[in-house]
Design a protein around this ligand. Sequence first.
Ligand SMILES: Cc1cc2nc3c(=O)[nH]c(=O)nc-3n(C[C@H](O)[C@H](O)[C@H](O)COP(=O)(O)OP(=O)(O)OC[C@H]3O[C@@H](n4cnc5c(N)ncnc54)[C@H](O)[C@@H]3O)c2cc1C
Length: 432
Amino acid sequence: MMQKTDSNLSQATTKEAVTEQQVLIAGGGHVGLSFALLLAHHGIASTLLEKNRYPVISPTDDRTRSHYLDSRNTALSRRTVQIYQEIGLWDELQSHACRIDTVQISEQGSFGRAQLNKAEEKVESFGQVIENAWLGRKLLLAAQQEPLITLIDGANVIAVEQHVNSVTLSFNQDGEEQNEQQLQASVLVACDGRDSSVRQLLDIGTTTYDYGQSAIVGVVETDKPHLHTAIERFSPAGPLAVLPLTDPEGDGNDAHQEGYRRSVVWICPKGEETQYLEDDAHFLTTLQQGFEQRAGTFRAAGRRGAYPLTRVLADRQVVGRCVIMGNAAHTLHPVAGQGFNLCMRDAHVLAQMMNVQVLRGDDIGNTQLLQRYEKARKADQKRVIRFCDAVVHGFTHTNPAVKLARNVALVAFDKLPNIKPLVATYAMGLKS
Ligand SMILES: Cc1cc2nc3c(=O)[nH]c(=O)nc-3n(C[C@H](O)[C@H](O)[C@H](O)COP(=O)(O)OP(=O)(O)OC[C@H]3O[C@@H](n4cnc5c(N)ncnc54)[C@H](O)[C@@H]3O)c2cc1C
């Protein structure tokens, strides 16, 4: 379905290219939609192709579909919040986002612990935890209402052809092979996820690493209010995090007290998912053992989902007039909640560089420009990738010497001056 206007689709006749597009975006997940909105903020038009059909949503219906104990959530860093503020979206997003004021890190059965507090670090908050459904809904509505964005959903990208001054993208609608259409633009930005078709079509290899773990995610209720505290706990069952959540409106259940709802991310070895997914009592008991009374008593759990964890890094992020972005460029371990935030910083930088190029009257898909972008983002990307891996490997090691070292490191982190502000600044995405 072409949303908002069908002018592009009528121009996109079978196997015929159109040339009006400035930027084509393949993949309309959270990164693709955010990037289109960032471009529009700079006055740059884009056409976004999404393989799946978007749900029909009414701008006046402000409820989320989430049940009290059934939602998926993402921790947004301060920098990501700032980016959404910059493009005027944060006011819309924040009603379903919960501030993180305190971060507690500890290891079960060990002495090491550390705490970050917003007052001590003199920050407004360390970030916000938002419901994915709400984020997706608001991004989609904003994109549908933005005249500079053309959305084509049900559009599966199947071929990419590069020319000296343009790139041609072929797609079919809803997998109907006989209905192949083409669009041409100055530049193509692929945000089509971990298994990116565009990355494969461009023959870009990947470096992958299977962690041998899965992330179990879900929502729980505790008998103690969360008080805007995120708790990261390293237990023999694997790293666990509970994050504070807002209380959804309009789920038909207003009997719940506010402030007791938390998001859980639990990293377990592959093969052990079933017991945590299917057995509520086992899930709650293991959580309780892991957290002891830090979060109070875990008294209810919603439906859980499991995500196998693999790190996938594209060997290159720029080829000719094509850029690989989002999970297509780097899919990370979720232990530190950095993946989407890193993607947002990439998207922000590329949109800014493209804006400068447009203001100069230069070609927006110029390869040197795109290569400058790739180079500019290297340091931040490398640092985040290393940080995530250090947390995963450092805290899953059972060797007593490594365990002692990480506990000493946690204590040092908690006590030594100047370290906490620095780490907090990086974790909030304020330094790259
Ligand atoms: C358990 C878990 C918890 C996480 N928690 C956090 C967190 O707290 N904080 C954080 O920063 N990050 C977190 N992340 C990471 C974050 O979820 C990802 O970085 C982010 O979702 C990437 O979005 P994306 O748009 O790049 O990819 P995707 O969400 O995969 O979107 C890709 C889109 O492209 C479309 N597509 C695919 N192929 C085609 C094609 N051929 N043609 C057209 N369209 C196509 C797909 O349909 C999809 O809509 C977490 C990840 C996991 C697994």
